[in-house]
Design a protein around this ligand. Structure first.
Ligand code: NAP
Length: 314
């Protein structure tokens, strides 16, 4: 691996699209740990930084790098992550960590062999209410869970054709955020039992899904995903326990116990927290690759019935 120099570590970003611009660039600019020194994107370019058309070109011809943050869609990311690890860089990747479970498991092994940090980030786990929800649930018996993740694809993913292509996850692209929170807060393992996945006639990935899971204590869990929700959007997790009901609303930002809102501490924001965590992992010489959300989504595809839905166009 590249010998670590004094911080801030020199970072290259790959895939300059919506999430890179909306979240990564401001979080990196505010970080004491990282400084952005280069970008690699096939078409997009950043002002005031050297730009390259591929990670290979950035690694070969760009300024020296300590770390790389990868913000491309999951399908095709494997080759990019592998190139960064092979070059001895510490790597942070957007969710979902890859297009398949096997490729991410192999990347985890490759990073360990090369002695670099691989951080498969789950930004929704950094939402303000998640840690408090986990602490509250750890002391209770869960009896029922309902997850509703219903958003308007045209508002949140305008023109992102890749998301409904094969390997794009469809509605599981936001849905895996809910699964990342659920696996982070619920005190038992989740098992997928059955489901129905709705795929538009002109697309390869689902526009909606209804998945039945259970916890290993036998509590039922409903996962309700919809990409065609207009009007009020919902990103909610409701957990009933023998000791009260927890609502985690707005994607994990607000927490209610028995309908009373819980005051949460100062919120640094999901992406500043991710970069702090990446820095802590690099400092500690560790990786963090939790495959459970990706495995559960893969399991949902394995056991669900597929139904054809109306053609969809942006
Ligand atoms: P996006 O707006 O489409 O940006 C991704 C960028 O990656 C593209 O602009 C493209 O730039 C580059 N790219 C490289 N290979 C590509 C390929 N085969 N197909 C399409 N683009 C490719 O997507 P995004 O919303 O930023 O999402 C990227 C990742 O961030 C996804 O894993 C997503 O789940 C995650 N994420 C998104 C959001 C959100 O709200 N949008 C939130 C959290 C996480 P070039 O054409 O210049 O190469």
């Amino acid at each position: 691996m590249t010998p670590l120099r004094a911080e801030p570590w020199r970072l290259g970003i790959v895939g300059v699209g919506k999430i890179a611009r909306d979240q990564h660039l401001p979080a990196i600019a505010a970080s004491d740990d990282f400084v952005l020194v280069a970008a690699a994107s096939r078409h997009a370019a950043l002002d005031d930084h050297p730009n390259f058309a591929s990670i290979e070109a950035m690694l070969a011809d760009g300024p020296p790098l300590d770390a790389v943050s990868i913000c491309t869609p999951p399908n095709g990311r494997d080759r990019i992550v592998r190139a960064a690890i092979a070059a001895g860089k510490h790597v942070m990747i957007e969710k979902p960590p890859g297009a398949t479970v096997s490729e991410v498991a192999a990347l985890r092994r490759f990073a360990a062999e090369r002695g670099v940090t691989l951080f498969a980030s789950w930004h929704s786990r950094e939402a303000a209410g998640v840690d408090a929800a986990r602490d509250w649930l750890a002391r209770r018996t869960v009896t029922h869970v309902a997850i509703h993740w219903r958003e308007d694809i045209r508002v949140w993913h305008p023109g992102q054709e890749w998301i409904l292509a094969a390997g794009g996850f469809g509605v599981f692209d936001p849905g895996i955020n809910a699964v990342s929170i659920a696996t982070g807060i619920l005190p038992h393992d989740l098992i997928v039992e059955s489901g129905t996945i709705f795929v538009p006639a002109n697309r390869a990935s689902p526009i909606a899904a209804q998945i039945a899971l259970r916890l290993t204590n036998d509590a039922p869990v409903l996962l309700d995903l919809d990409f065609l929700q207009t009007g009020t959007q919902s990103w909610t997790i409701t957990v009933e326990t023998t000791g009260g009901t927890l609502h985690l609303n707005e994607g994990g930002k607000r927490l209610f116990i028995d309908n009373a809102e819980i005051a949460l501490g100062a919120d640094a924001g999901e992406y500043p927290r991710l970069y702090d965590r990446f820095a802590a992992l690099v400092r500690a010489g560790q990786s963090d690759v939790d495959l459970r959300p990706l495995q559960l989504v893969a399991d949902a595809f394995l056991v669900s019935r597929q139904e054809r839905a109306q053609p969809f166009d942006f």
